[in-house]
Design a protein around this ligand. Structure first.
Ligand SMILES: C[S@@+](CC[C@H](N)C(=O)[O-])C[C@H]1O[C@@H](n2cnc3c(N)ncnc32)[C@H](O)[C@@H]1O
Length: 301
Protein backbone atom coordinates (compact mmCIF):
# COMPACT_ATOMS: atom_id res chain seq x y z
CA UNK A 1 0.00 0.00 0.00
CA UNK A 2 1.35 3.40 -0.88
CA UNK A 3 1.64 5.94 1.89
CA UNK A 4 1.53 9.55 0.82
CA UNK A 5 2.06 12.78 2.73
CA UNK A 6 0.77 16.19 1.63
CA UNK A 7 3.48 18.75 0.82
CA UNK A 8 3.04 22.50 0.30
CA UNK A 9 5.67 23.70 -2.18
CA UNK A 10 7.26 27.16 -2.30
CA UNK A 11 5.08 28.53 -5.13
CA UNK A 12 1.98 27.80 -3.02
CA UNK A 13 0.95 24.69 -4.97
CA UNK A 14 0.33 21.35 -3.25
CA UNK A 15 2.11 18.08 -3.94
CA UNK A 16 2.75 14.73 -2.26
CA UNK A 17 5.65 12.77 -0.85
CA UNK A 18 5.77 9.00 -1.26
CA UNK A 19 6.95 7.10 1.79
CA UNK A 20 7.49 3.88 -0.14
CA UNK A 21 9.67 5.59 -2.77
CA UNK A 22 11.18 8.00 -0.21
CA UNK A 23 10.76 10.87 -2.65
CA UNK A 24 8.65 13.95 -3.32
CA UNK A 25 6.41 14.02 -6.38
CA UNK A 26 7.70 17.50 -7.26
CA UNK A 27 10.51 19.90 -6.55
CA UNK A 28 9.92 21.70 -3.25
CA UNK A 29 10.46 24.97 -5.18
CA UNK A 30 7.04 24.53 -6.75
CA UNK A 31 4.91 21.75 -8.19
CA UNK A 32 3.08 24.09 -10.56
CA UNK A 33 6.26 25.88 -11.59
CA UNK A 34 7.98 22.56 -12.24
CA UNK A 35 5.18 21.39 -14.53
CA UNK A 36 5.19 24.66 -16.47
CA UNK A 37 8.97 24.86 -16.93
CA UNK A 38 9.80 21.19 -17.41
CA UNK A 39 6.79 19.89 -19.32
CA UNK A 40 4.36 22.52 -20.66
CA UNK A 41 6.81 25.12 -22.00
CA UNK A 42 9.05 22.63 -23.89
CA UNK A 43 5.93 21.04 -25.48
CA UNK A 44 5.53 23.88 -28.02
CA UNK A 45 1.78 23.59 -27.82
CA UNK A 46 1.16 26.51 -30.19
CA UNK A 47 2.04 24.05 -32.99
CA UNK A 48 -1.31 22.41 -32.37
CA UNK A 49 -3.53 25.50 -32.21
CA UNK A 50 -6.91 24.49 -33.65
CA UNK A 51 -5.45 21.07 -34.55
CA UNK A 52 -5.38 17.65 -32.94
CA UNK A 53 -2.57 15.95 -31.04
CA UNK A 54 -1.87 12.67 -29.24
CA UNK A 55 -0.23 12.69 -25.83
CA UNK A 56 0.96 9.95 -23.46
CA UNK A 57 1.45 10.94 -19.80
CA UNK A 58 3.55 8.28 -18.02
CA UNK A 59 3.37 8.43 -14.22
CA UNK A 60 0.27 10.64 -14.09
CA UNK A 61 0.42 11.08 -10.29
CA UNK A 62 -1.72 14.03 -9.19
CA UNK A 63 -2.07 14.95 -12.84
CA UNK A 64 -0.21 18.30 -12.92
CA UNK A 65 1.31 17.63 -16.34
CA UNK A 66 -1.97 16.56 -17.93
CA UNK A 67 -3.95 19.33 -16.21
CA UNK A 68 -1.55 22.01 -17.43
CA UNK A 69 -1.65 20.53 -20.94
CA UNK A 70 -5.47 20.36 -20.98
CA UNK A 71 -5.72 23.88 -19.62
CA UNK A 72 -3.59 25.28 -22.46
CA UNK A 73 -5.40 23.20 -25.09
CA UNK A 74 -8.80 24.48 -23.93
CA UNK A 75 -7.56 28.07 -24.51
CA UNK A 76 -6.27 27.34 -28.00
CA UNK A 77 -9.11 25.04 -29.05
CA UNK A 78 -7.01 21.99 -29.85
CA UNK A 79 -8.31 18.42 -30.07
CA UNK A 80 -6.59 15.89 -27.83
CA UNK A 81 -6.30 12.15 -27.57
CA UNK A 82 -4.67 11.48 -24.18
CA UNK A 83 -3.47 8.24 -22.66
CA UNK A 84 -2.17 8.19 -19.06
CA UNK A 85 -0.35 5.43 -17.18
CA UNK A 86 -0.25 5.28 -13.39
CA UNK A 87 0.19 2.52 -10.82
CA UNK A 88 -1.54 4.20 -7.85
CA UNK A 89 -5.05 5.73 -7.72
CA UNK A 90 -4.41 7.67 -4.52
CA UNK A 91 -2.72 10.75 -6.03
CA UNK A 92 -5.69 11.34 -8.36
CA UNK A 93 -8.10 10.74 -5.46
CA UNK A 94 -6.15 13.43 -3.62
CA UNK A 95 -6.11 15.97 -6.46
CA UNK A 96 -9.84 15.79 -7.23
CA UNK A 97 -10.53 16.66 -3.58
CA UNK A 98 -7.90 19.40 -3.28
CA UNK A 99 -9.56 22.79 -3.91
CA UNK A 100 -6.21 24.61 -4.31
CA UNK A 101 -5.17 22.16 -7.02
CA UNK A 102 -8.50 22.43 -8.86
CA UNK A 103 -8.45 26.24 -8.66
CA UNK A 104 -5.28 26.30 -10.78
CA UNK A 105 -7.16 25.20 -13.89
CA UNK A 106 -10.29 25.77 -15.98
CA UNK A 107 -13.39 24.13 -14.37
CA UNK A 108 -13.47 21.53 -17.13
CA UNK A 109 -10.32 19.89 -15.71
CA UNK A 110 -12.24 18.88 -12.57
CA UNK A 111 -14.87 17.20 -14.76
CA UNK A 112 -12.22 15.36 -16.76
CA UNK A 113 -10.30 14.20 -13.69
CA UNK A 114 -13.49 13.03 -11.91
CA UNK A 115 -14.44 11.05 -14.97
CA UNK A 116 -10.94 9.53 -15.16
CA UNK A 117 -11.25 8.58 -11.50
CA UNK A 118 -14.72 7.03 -11.86
CA UNK A 119 -14.69 5.61 -15.38
CA UNK A 120 -10.98 5.69 -16.36
CA UNK A 121 -12.26 7.66 -19.33
CA UNK A 122 -13.50 11.04 -20.53
CA UNK A 123 -14.82 12.09 -23.89
CA UNK A 124 -16.32 15.24 -25.40
CA UNK A 125 -16.02 16.80 -28.88
CA UNK A 126 -12.51 18.14 -28.08
CA UNK A 127 -10.89 15.65 -25.73
CA UNK A 128 -10.69 11.89 -25.50
CA UNK A 129 -8.77 10.80 -22.36
CA UNK A 130 -8.06 7.35 -20.98
CA UNK A 131 -6.10 6.27 -17.91
CA UNK A 132 -4.65 2.76 -17.60
CA UNK A 133 -4.03 1.72 -13.99
CA UNK A 134 -1.10 -0.58 -13.22
CA UNK A 135 2.61 -0.96 -13.82
CA UNK A 136 3.50 1.20 -16.83
CA UNK A 137 5.89 -1.54 -18.01
CA UNK A 138 2.89 -3.78 -18.57
CA UNK A 139 0.11 -1.35 -19.35
CA UNK A 140 2.01 0.34 -22.16
CA UNK A 141 1.35 -2.86 -24.17
CA UNK A 142 -2.41 -2.24 -24.03
CA UNK A 143 -2.14 1.01 -25.98
CA UNK A 144 -3.11 0.08 -29.54
CA UNK A 145 -0.06 -0.09 -31.81
CA UNK A 146 -1.69 2.38 -34.19
CA UNK A 147 -1.59 5.07 -31.48
CA UNK A 148 1.56 7.13 -31.94
CA UNK A 149 2.20 10.20 -29.85
CA UNK A 150 3.26 13.77 -30.60
CA UNK A 151 4.22 14.23 -26.96
CA UNK A 152 5.20 11.77 -24.28
CA UNK A 153 5.68 13.00 -20.73
CA UNK A 154 7.86 10.76 -18.55
CA UNK A 155 7.63 11.81 -14.91
CA UNK A 156 8.61 8.80 -12.80
CA UNK A 157 10.40 9.08 -9.50
CA UNK A 158 14.15 9.53 -9.99
CA UNK A 159 16.11 6.72 -11.67
CA UNK A 160 17.78 5.77 -8.38
CA UNK A 161 14.41 5.46 -6.61
CA UNK A 162 12.34 4.00 -9.44
CA UNK A 163 14.71 2.62 -12.11
CA UNK A 164 11.88 0.45 -13.49
CA UNK A 165 10.65 3.32 -15.71
CA UNK A 166 14.11 4.42 -16.93
CA UNK A 167 15.56 1.18 -18.33
CA UNK A 168 16.67 0.60 -21.91
CA UNK A 169 13.89 -1.96 -22.33
CA UNK A 170 11.12 0.34 -21.10
CA UNK A 171 12.44 3.45 -22.87
CA UNK A 172 12.64 1.43 -26.05
CA UNK A 173 8.92 0.59 -25.78
CA UNK A 174 8.14 4.21 -24.98
CA UNK A 175 10.12 5.71 -27.85
CA UNK A 176 8.56 3.26 -30.34
CA UNK A 177 5.32 5.07 -29.59
CA UNK A 178 6.57 8.47 -30.73
CA UNK A 179 5.44 9.99 -34.01
CA UNK A 180 8.20 11.30 -36.31
CA UNK A 181 9.21 14.68 -34.81
CA UNK A 182 7.40 13.67 -31.61
CA UNK A 183 8.90 14.85 -28.31
CA UNK A 184 9.59 12.70 -25.27
CA UNK A 185 9.89 15.15 -22.37
CA UNK A 186 11.28 14.41 -18.93
CA UNK A 187 12.61 16.39 -15.97
CA UNK A 188 15.54 13.97 -15.80
CA UNK A 189 18.98 15.00 -16.98
CA UNK A 190 20.52 11.71 -15.88
CA UNK A 191 23.39 10.63 -18.12
CA UNK A 192 22.03 7.06 -18.18
CA UNK A 193 18.64 8.21 -19.42
CA UNK A 194 20.08 10.63 -21.99
CA UNK A 195 22.59 8.12 -23.33
CA UNK A 196 19.87 5.46 -23.61
CA UNK A 197 17.59 7.84 -25.53
CA UNK A 198 20.43 8.80 -27.86
CA UNK A 199 21.32 5.14 -28.42
CA UNK A 200 17.69 4.52 -29.32
CA UNK A 201 18.15 6.98 -32.16
CA UNK A 202 16.58 10.11 -30.71
CA UNK A 203 18.09 13.58 -30.88
CA UNK A 204 18.47 14.92 -27.37
CA UNK A 205 18.21 18.46 -26.05
CA UNK A 206 18.59 20.02 -22.64
CA UNK A 207 15.73 22.01 -21.08
CA UNK A 208 17.20 25.38 -20.17
CA UNK A 209 17.22 26.44 -16.54
CA UNK A 210 14.92 29.42 -15.82
CA UNK A 211 16.24 32.81 -14.68
CA UNK A 212 15.66 31.88 -11.04
CA UNK A 213 17.22 28.45 -11.35
CA UNK A 214 20.82 29.38 -10.64
CA UNK A 215 22.56 26.26 -9.39
CA UNK A 216 20.80 23.95 -11.86
CA UNK A 217 22.52 23.27 -15.14
CA UNK A 218 19.49 21.73 -16.80
CA UNK A 219 15.78 21.32 -16.15
CA UNK A 220 15.50 18.06 -18.01
CA UNK A 221 15.58 16.49 -21.44
CA UNK A 222 13.61 16.68 -24.67
CA UNK A 223 14.27 13.73 -26.98
CA UNK A 224 12.97 14.04 -30.53
CA UNK A 225 12.18 11.06 -32.74
CA UNK A 226 13.26 10.98 -36.41
CA UNK A 227 14.63 14.44 -35.90
CA UNK A 228 14.59 16.72 -38.93
CA UNK A 229 16.15 20.08 -38.17
CA UNK A 230 14.22 21.75 -41.01
CA UNK A 231 10.97 20.81 -39.31
CA UNK A 232 11.95 21.97 -35.83
CA UNK A 233 10.78 25.50 -35.11
CA UNK A 234 13.06 27.50 -32.84
CA UNK A 235 12.22 26.59 -29.27
CA UNK A 236 13.49 28.93 -26.62
CA UNK A 237 13.02 26.37 -23.87
CA UNK A 238 15.53 23.75 -24.93
CA UNK A 239 18.93 23.70 -26.59
CA UNK A 240 21.76 21.39 -27.65
CA UNK A 241 23.70 19.77 -24.84
CA UNK A 242 26.63 21.84 -23.55
CA UNK A 243 30.19 20.46 -23.61
CA UNK A 244 29.80 19.69 -19.93
CA UNK A 245 26.60 17.74 -20.54
CA UNK A 246 28.17 15.85 -23.47
CA UNK A 247 31.12 14.89 -21.27
CA UNK A 248 28.65 13.63 -18.66
CA UNK A 249 27.55 11.05 -21.23
CA UNK A 250 31.11 9.71 -21.40
CA UNK A 251 31.25 8.90 -17.69
CA UNK A 252 30.18 5.84 -15.71
CA UNK A 253 26.96 7.69 -14.90
CA UNK A 254 25.88 6.98 -18.48
CA UNK A 255 25.74 3.24 -17.90
CA UNK A 256 22.10 2.33 -18.50
CA UNK A 257 19.51 0.74 -16.27
CA UNK A 258 18.54 -2.70 -17.56
CA UNK A 259 15.40 -4.78 -17.02
CA UNK A 260 15.59 -7.61 -19.52
CA UNK A 261 12.09 -9.03 -19.04
CA UNK A 262 10.49 -5.79 -17.84
CA UNK A 263 9.62 -7.28 -14.48
CA UNK A 264 12.76 -6.78 -12.35
CA UNK A 265 12.66 -5.37 -8.85
CA UNK A 266 14.22 -1.99 -8.11
CA UNK A 267 17.11 -3.42 -6.11
CA UNK A 268 18.04 -5.90 -8.83
CA UNK A 269 18.14 -3.18 -11.51
CA UNK A 270 20.31 -0.97 -9.30
CA UNK A 271 22.67 -3.83 -8.40
CA UNK A 272 23.10 -4.92 -12.00
CA UNK A 273 24.05 -1.37 -12.98
CA UNK A 274 26.48 -1.00 -10.07
CA UNK A 275 28.20 -4.24 -11.10
CA UNK A 276 28.47 -2.97 -14.66
CA UNK A 277 29.87 0.36 -13.44
CA UNK A 278 32.53 -1.42 -11.38
CA UNK A 279 33.79 -3.28 -14.44
CA UNK A 280 33.58 -0.29 -16.77
CA UNK A 281 36.58 1.62 -18.14
CA UNK A 282 34.59 4.82 -18.59
CA UNK A 283 35.72 8.03 -16.86
CA UNK A 284 34.60 8.25 -13.25
CA UNK A 285 31.68 10.59 -12.64
CA UNK A 286 33.52 12.05 -9.65
CA UNK A 287 36.30 13.21 -11.97
CA UNK A 288 33.76 14.83 -14.30
CA UNK A 289 32.06 16.58 -11.35
CA UNK A 290 35.41 17.86 -10.12
CA UNK A 291 36.38 19.17 -13.56
CA UNK A 292 33.15 21.18 -13.84
CA UNK A 293 33.10 22.34 -10.21
CA UNK A 294 29.89 20.45 -9.58
CA UNK A 295 28.44 20.06 -6.12
CA UNK A 296 26.07 17.14 -5.46
CA UNK A 297 23.15 19.57 -4.98
CA UNK A 298 23.55 21.06 -8.45
CA UNK A 299 23.43 17.59 -9.82
CA UNK A 300 19.91 16.22 -9.54
CA UNK A 301 19.17 13.56 -12.08
C1 LIG B 1 7.07 11.87 -9.53
S1 LIG B 1 5.48 11.18 -9.36
C2 LIG B 1 4.60 11.81 -10.75
C3 LIG B 1 4.19 13.23 -10.64
C4 LIG B 1 3.03 13.50 -11.56
N1 LIG B 1 3.39 13.63 -12.94
C5 LIG B 1 2.19 14.64 -11.06
O1 LIG B 1 1.89 15.56 -11.80
O2 LIG B 1 1.78 14.56 -9.90
C6 LIG B 1 5.74 9.52 -9.89
C7 LIG B 1 4.47 8.70 -10.08
O3 LIG B 1 4.86 7.46 -10.67
C8 LIG B 1 4.00 6.46 -10.20
N2 LIG B 1 4.66 5.17 -10.47
C9 LIG B 1 5.70 4.60 -9.80
N3 LIG B 1 6.06 3.45 -10.37
C10 LIG B 1 5.24 3.26 -11.43
C11 LIG B 1 5.12 2.25 -12.41
N4 LIG B 1 5.92 1.18 -12.43
N5 LIG B 1 4.14 2.37 -13.34
C12 LIG B 1 3.31 3.44 -13.34
N6 LIG B 1 3.40 4.45 -12.44
C13 LIG B 1 4.34 4.35 -11.50
C14 LIG B 1 3.80 6.82 -8.75
O4 LIG B 1 2.64 6.22 -8.23
C15 LIG B 1 3.72 8.34 -8.82
O5 LIG B 1 2.40 8.76 -8.93
Amino acid sequence: MSKLIEVLTKDGSYSLKSISFQENFHSLLGALEETKIKFTAPSDLQRFKGKSLNVLDICFGLGYNSASLLDELIKQKSYLNLFALEIDKKPLEYSIKNKSFLKLWAPKIKKIFESLHQNNYFEDPFFKCKILWGDAREKINIIPAANKFDLIYLDGFSPQKCPQVWTIEFLSKVTEKLNPQGYLITYSSSAAVRKTLRNLGLEIFSIKPGINDCGFWSQGTVAIAKFDKNKLKLNLNFEKLSVMEEEHLLTKASIPYRDHNLNSRRDDIIKKRLDEQLLSNLVSTKKWRKKWGMTKSAFKS
